[in-house]
Design a protein around this ligand. Structure first.
Ligand SMILES: CSC[C@@H](O)[C@@H](O)C(=O)COP(=O)(O)O
Length: 353
């Protein structure tokens, strides 16, 4: 079974409503940029690559319907600016916006509005295939790197949040590495953290693992250090929302404490992310804007209150793992790099932000 989180046919876009998973499989129609903005903000769609792809595809849908009239460039600029503001930490939407705007402006110099629309739509549609291809390369590089470090037949991975088909155009990043290990017959088991407060691990990663027959065990976030000590974890592999020039990485809150625990237990800690999640314009993780989400995500589950009424809440959605703790490496579609190697490896390959 292949999970299809994003359904796109020319002019029509549907997203799997991840707020309803794992109990209901329902697709929501995205007819406009505003629909996409709301789906991203409310986390019907989430995961750094998927946010950018759905945002841009919604623009393609509107362009195909003729929105923007004789001045598509202005419409594209305003739409991309709006979409980028939905969730600030992941860099992918901002990067896609920058690249697409540059492309649209260049195209507008020699094409009429209709031709410009067509070429911008084609650029956007290409994002889907590119992301899946990149993820498969990440899966392959990551699996080989992890296996090269161990004499064993099979490995045990611990992962966090959801970084699979539901967070990308398909296959996934950190979960893509797990998929590749499984396809090679070398995965003994993956431990997935529940990932409070939004439960991407228990609702989404567990759903993907069960659907595909990947041997997986769910743990609460507070069991991670114990699992590392007791369950012979070979490597911790997580995704990223933004990897900056020195290798510091913003990812789902809880990643930082996993990296500290992995270091304590001598377990290699990997970040798996496409180069589109890297941002060489920021020098260190201190410069990353961390999204703070509504208190209700902590105080209730599916509308049912679980916390003492009146308690104050702090709900940062992400944390930053310092590069010193990323001991295994950063797995990209271009290869696996130590944090200290990343900037040189990507310079000239990424457009400036
Ligand atoms: C391939 S997804 C990588 C990251 O975006 C993922 O680990 C993560 O932090 C997702 O956070 P979310 O808040 O669910 O969008």
């Amino acid at each position: 079974m292949t999970l299809e989180a994003i359904r796109y046919r020319a002019g029509s876009l549907q997203v799997l409503n991840q707020l309803l998973l794992p109990h209901q499989t329902a697709y929501d129609e995205i007819r406009s940029v505003q629909d996409a903005y709301e789906a991203i903000k409310s986390m019907k769609v989430r995961g750094a690559p998927a946010i950018a792809i759905v945002g841009c595809l919604s623009l393609a849908v509107e362009l195909r319907a003729g929105t923007g009239g004789d001045d598509p460039v202005t419409f594209i600029r305003e739409s991309l600016c709006h979409l980028t503001s939905a969730r600030p930490t992941a860099v992918n939407m901002g990067r896609a916006a920058r690249e697409l705007m540059e492309y649209a402006e260049n195209e507008s110099m020699e094409k009429n509005s209709e031709q410009l629309r067509e070429s911008v739509i084609a650029w956007i549609e290409n994002m889907l295939a590119r992301d899946v291809n990149d993820n498969k390369k990440i899966g392959n590089y990551g699996a080989q790197h992890i296996l090269s470090g161990v004499p064993r037949d099979s490995v045990t991975i611990l992962t966090h949040c959801n970084t699979g088909s539901l967070a990308t155009a398909g296959y996934g990043t950190a979960l893509g590495v797990v998929r590749s290990l499984h396809a090679l017959g070398r995965l003994k088991r993956v431990y997935c953290t529940e990932t409070r407060p939004y439960n991407q691990g228990s609702r989404l990663t567990a759903y993907e693992a069960v659907a595909e027959g990947i041997p997986a065990t769910l743990i609460t976030d507070s069991m991670a250090a114990l699992t590392m000590r007791e369950m012979d974890i070979t490597a911790v592999v997580v995704g990223a929302d933004r990897v900056v020039a020195n290798g510091d990485t913003a990812n789902k809150v809880g990643t930082y404490q996993l990296a500290i625990a992995a270091k304590h237990h001598g377990i290699p800690f990997y970040v798996a992310a496409p180069s589109t999640s890297c941002d060489l314009s920021l020098e260190s993780g201190r410069d990353i804007v961390i999204e703070v989400r509504p208190p209700e995500e902590l105080t209730s589950i599916n509308g049912v209150p679980i916390a003492a009424p009146g308690i104050e809440v702090w709900n940062p959605a992400f944390d930053v793992t310092p590069h010193q703790l990323i001991t295994g490496g950063i797995i990209t579609e271009l290869g696996v790099f130590l944090p200290s190697e990343l900037q040189a490896a990507l310079t000239g390959r990424l457009t400036a932000l």
